[in-house]
Design a protein. Structure first.
Length: 316
């Protein structure tokens, strides 16, 4: 089954659970479907878990677990996948800035594979022949007909095949779906370092779930900090030990020049321009690599609960 078809099956399930998950379906005049996971509706934990699954084309399991109190009193978002290339790089990676007129959203989900224009997709030889385009938009506004038509055109599908799931970072669902990117950040970092992603067999990650923020920049900061300073990813790979020893120290966030302070401060310092932030910052705090070829395991990076506490705020 194609990635967009798998995600579409989850969207149908979401529509069937709309009341229980506190989401709302909007059928637009041109036939496109918009699912509101937290813009004009509360959404919630179940909405967030399933939004993350849609974002990963149902190639991963997303669960919520009790806190690791060495990091702080926050529940953990856990991600497990046996198809990390398609779940993360072909689907979840937010590689499509969707913009038109005054509308802007970071686009992820399998619609990216259908569009097929990003360097990472071409490098990994990823494509999708589905007649649908299913995407996740991280923004505070619901897209209108013109945005859906833009996506349909870019993806080469009829606009009636477009399904967009939308949640702001500051919502419960939006927070969960962003924090569920722990494995994806490590995959993207390894891709940039020249590691063969097809040699990665399975991935597992956890990161603390921050309280949703009221203010926009703080919301972006907290969700990024959850992974940068509290995320731990384990990857099972077939590789050479020497290559892991060479690349491993470059993977965690502490290899970045911008490491060490809450992301909101870094974002402000760069005048709120993501593209000025060191790309090497966006990776988990810690990574464990299990080499199935040699039987050896390696760990790199460390947690920073002090930065998490500063970012998330103390309990009162």
């Amino acid at each position: 089954m194609q990635l967009n078809d798998q995600a579409f099956a989850l969207c149908k399930s979401a529509i069937g659970h709309a009341s229980a998950w506190r989401i709302v379906e909007h059928r637009l005049a041109n036939g496109a479907t918009v699912l509101d996971f937290g813009v004009q509706t509360p959404g919630g934990i179940l909405a967030g878990q399933n939004l993350a699954r849609i974002c990963m084309s149902d190639r991963a399991k997303i669960t919520i677990h009790p806190a690791d109190y060495s990091l702080g009193p926050w529940a953990l978002v856990q991600v497990t996948t046996d198809d990390p290339v398609h779940a993360c790089m072909a689907s979840q990676y937010a590689g499509w800035p969707v913009a038109k007129d005054k509308f802007f959203a970071m686009g992820s989900g399998p619609m990216r594979a259908k569009r097929g224009k990003e360097h990472v997709l071409k490098s990994l030889n990823i494509s999708d022949s589905s007649e649908r385009a299913v995407g996740v938009l991280e923004c505070d506004r619901l897209p209108d007909e013109s945005i859906c038509e833009l996506i349909a055109s870019e993806c080469g599908v009829d606009v009636r095949g477009v399904v967009l799931c939308v949640a702001p970072t500051r919502s419960i669902a939006g927070t969960i779906q962003v924090v569920a990117r722990s494995v994806e950040t490590s995959m993207h970092k390894l891709f940039e370092l020249g590691f063969d992603l097809h040699s990665i067999v399975s991935g597992y990650g956890t990161a603390p779930l921050p309280p949703p923020a009221i203010e926009f920049v703080q919301g972006i900061g907290r969700t990024n900090d959850a992974i940068l300073y509290g995320g731990h990813v384990t990857l099972w790979v077939h590789a050479e030990d020497d290559q892991i020893r060479e690349l491993g120290p470059k993977v965690p966030s502490n290899a970045s020049r911008d490491y060490g302070v809450p992301f909101a401060q870094t974002f402000k310092r760069y005048e709120y321009d993501f593209y000025k932030v060191d790309p090497g910052l966006f990776s988990p705090a810690m990574i464990t690599i299990v080499n199935l070829k040699s039987g050896s395991s390696f760990r790199f990076g460390s947690f920073r609960p002090d930065v998490l506490s500063e970012s998330f705020g103390e309990l009162t």
